[in-house]
Structure formats: C-alpha cells, structure tokens
Design a protein around this ligand. Structure first.
Ligand code: DOR
Ligand code: ZN
Length: 332
C-alpha cells in the first residue's frame, strides 16, 4: 500500500457557518487541516471584537485541534481604534466583499473609495487584505475580469498592503496576479482547479457545483492548473469550502457554495499526482500561504493511503463535492 506523508496543511479560505452545523463543519476541517482562515460572512458579520472572539471560541470548542485564523468584514465605518482592537486579539486579515456578489454580502462595499481610509490603516497595521474580486451587476462570466482594475488600483495605491485575490477563476485573474508585485497573491480552490462551467450546466443542472465566482471555461481552468502546479509562491491553497443545506441548493433560488471540506486532500493529491507535480504539493498546501501571511510553516504531519473509498451522498445534511464518486486516496 502506498502511503503519502504530507505536512498538516493550512486552508486560507473557509466558511464554517454558525450554530449547531458549525460543530460538524469545523470537525470536518480538523481531520485534514491544522490552521484555517475563517471567512467573516456570518450573521451578524464578524465586525466587532466580541463577535470575532465568540466565533473563534465556538470553533475551538468544536474542534480543539484546529487553529482558526480570524478575519473581519471590511466596511467604511471601521476606525483606527477598531483595527487596533482586532490586532490585539490576533486577527490576521480583513475581507472585502463587493455588495451583493455572494452569500451574505448584501451589506458589502458599494462605494470602492469609501473604504480607502480603512485600507490605508490596514496597510499601516500590516493586516492582509483578502478580496472577493467580482464586479457586481456585470454579466456573470465577466465579473472577475471586470474587477481586476480595482485590484491594480489597490496594489498601486497601497504598495505595502498584502492583497489576496481569493478563489481566482479566470485566466485573466491569474495573469494579473503574475504581473503584479509580490505583495499580490491568490488562493486557488479544489473546485476551480478541477471543474468548468460544463460541470454546472453542461449536461444537466448540477446545483451542488454552483458557486461564486462561478466555474468558468476550459482555458481558465488550464491557467489555474498551470499556476497551482508551477510552484510559484503567489498561488496557494484556499478551499472556499462553503456548505449550504441540501434544500438551500436544490430550489428555485439556490445558494452559491460548494462543500469541499470532506474531500479536499484526496482530491488535491489526485490532481498533483496526475500532473506529476506531487513535489509541489507541500508548498501549495503548507508553505506559500503561511509565508505570505507571515506565520511559521506547519510542523505536524498527516498521512494518506492509496486506498479507494466512495464519498457519501450527504454529510450532515449537505451534498459534498464528489458525492457518490470513488476517490483513490484516503486519510490514514
Ligand atoms: O460560492 C461561494 N459561497 N462563494 C463565496 O464567495 C461565498 C460562499 C458562501 O459563503 O456560501
Ligand atoms: Zn468564500
């Protein structure tokens, strides 16, 4: 039996939700990851010390082995005192959501320049600026490309700000990240690495593959794959695992989000192995992200075994990525 030993990875983009489901989702993450960057699009959003600390406590109570790296949701009303207070409790990043682009982002930013003072403070105080890069109101396949000028503006105006272009889904975004200075990086998800729009609407409507930014064209996926397998430190793993109950996905106005958490490492190992790039996997899942965030690389290990298993059709009421499929790598 082939056994693969990997560093216990970091996931730099995760949604854990709230209440009872959070316990299950956090435990699913803790089986495969040591640290996770927790997204702030909860209700209420993570925008105060109290909500951030309470959320962090809920995560660590549910999954004590998991280290949550906390974020806040950016809005124009944040003051220097607010940001200092976030710094004091160890928050690492602020997340920029354009208004209305995804789940719980109705209260996102509608006036780009209105948050420049907050971003200037973030640069000064060394917070990472994490951004959902899609332009609201634009045709859905063009939203990400339409947002790139804003990323360029930020990179130019705030040259010391560390910017993460989250879940890149287009060749244009990959190219922009390659061309921008080293303070601009990107996360790549398992679903954008493996699927295209065909997997959402090609043959039948597959609501469990519906996510934001929506899966794109084969050429986009190729550019994303090339970036992930290249060993360029600007590209690292962030799953955007985003569980929604089955009924919230299988209805007239389905929620965006793919629950990839239960299958992430088996899928990543499969993809890197297929490309003959297994020697690049450690840095992608447990190196470049930590370096970019300025934290130590993981020291713990995790093992996988080449033994096939069938992914469950429903995990805690959610249909996961690769439901019903056979995966060749299992967690040991
Ligand atoms: O598909 C997505 N789901 N994309 C996001 O950006 C947010 C996420 C969610 O929270 O459901
Ligand atoms: Zn997300």
């Amino acid at each position: 039996m082939t056994i693969l030993k990997l560093p216990l990875p970091d996931d730099f983009h995760v949604h854990l939700r709230q209440g009872d489901p959070l316990t299950d989702y956090a435990r699913d993450m803790s089986r495969q990851f040591g640290r996770i960057l927790v997204m702030p699009n909860t209700e209420p959003a993570l925008q105060s010390v109290e909500t951030i600390l309470a959320y962090k406590k809920a995560i660590t109570s549910a999954a004590p082995s998991l280290e949550p790296l906390m974020t806040f949701k950016i809005h124009s009303g944040l003051s220097q005192a607010d940001l200092l207070a976030f710094k004091e409790i160890g928050v690492v990043a602020g997340k920029y959501y354009p208004a209305g682009v995804t789940t719980n982002s109705e209260d996102g930013v509608s006036d780009f320049e209105s948050v420049f003072p907050v971003i200037a403070l973030m640069e000064k105080m060394n917070f990472v600026f994490s951004v959902h890069g899609e332009e609201p109101g634009v045709f859905c396949l063009d939203r990400e490309a339409a947002f790139i000028p804003k990323i360029k503006t930020l990179a130019q105006k705030f040259p010391r700000l560390r910017i993460v272009f989250e879940h890149v889904s287009t060749a244009e975004a990959v190219q922009a990240v390659l061309e921008l200075p080293p303070n601009v990086a990107a996360t790549i998800t398992a679903h954008h690495l493996t699927m295209t729009l065909d997997d959402v609407i090609g043959d039948s409507l597959r609501p469990h593959h519906f996510c934001k930014p929506i899966l794109k064209l084969p050429a986009d996926r190729e550019a994303i794959r090339k970036a992930a397998f290249s060993g360029n430190p600007k590209f690292f793993f962030g799953s955007d695992s985003a569980p929604h109950a089955q009924a919230k996905k299988e209805c007239a106005y389905g929620a965006a989000g793919i629950y990839s958490a239960p299958v992430l490492l088996p899928i990543l190992v499969r993809e890197f192995e297929r490309e003959g790039a297994l020697n690049k996997l450690d840095d992608f899942i447990a190196g470049y992200g930590a370096d970019f965030y300025g934290i130590a690389r993981p020291t713990k290990k995790i093992e996988l075994i080449k033994k096939s298993w069938i992914v469950s059709n429903n995990i805690h009421g959610v249909v996961p990525l690769a439901a019903g499929e056979t995966l060749e790598w299992s967690l040991l």
